[in-house]
Design a protein around this ligand. Sequence first.
Ligand code: NI
Length: 170
Amino acid sequence: MSLKIVKYGDPVLERKCAPVEDFGSAELKQFVDDMFETMYAAKGIGLAAPQVSVSKRLTVIDCSAGEDETQRLVLINPELIQKEGSQTGEEGCLSIPGFREDVTRAMTAVVRARDVEGKVVEVSAEGLLSRAMQHEMDHLDGILFLSHLSPLKRDLIRRKIRKMVKAGEW
Ligand code: NI
């Protein structure tokens, strides 16, 4: 089942999410399936639970956008345990459609998380996957990529979005 992706302005996006506790449950597995379905339908490479109005520490990532099943990643209650270097590249967000900006993040990242069964998984990544993990993990703390922009750029985008909201286009 495809879920509704909420957009910037919805308070759920700026709230810190609570840890997942129901590992192994049918509901959790179904939710993860729905998250992937929703992400693929929206042509994204990452989706965090708060983006579908669920304030839980869970995110799905697939840098192949559905082309390669082995790249499917489920990170539950993830923690960034190591990061190194830096990379600057264009970033977007399914909750802020139409806006893409350069964001600087760590080049490599090591993340420890749990899978749907509660098993500990450790993912070491660089480049795009590292960027995607950092972006999605930010969502779990209520942080959007706009927070990483200069105040000037951020305000410009906020003003544009406010106009779109008024015009009923958001
Ligand atoms: Ni996002």
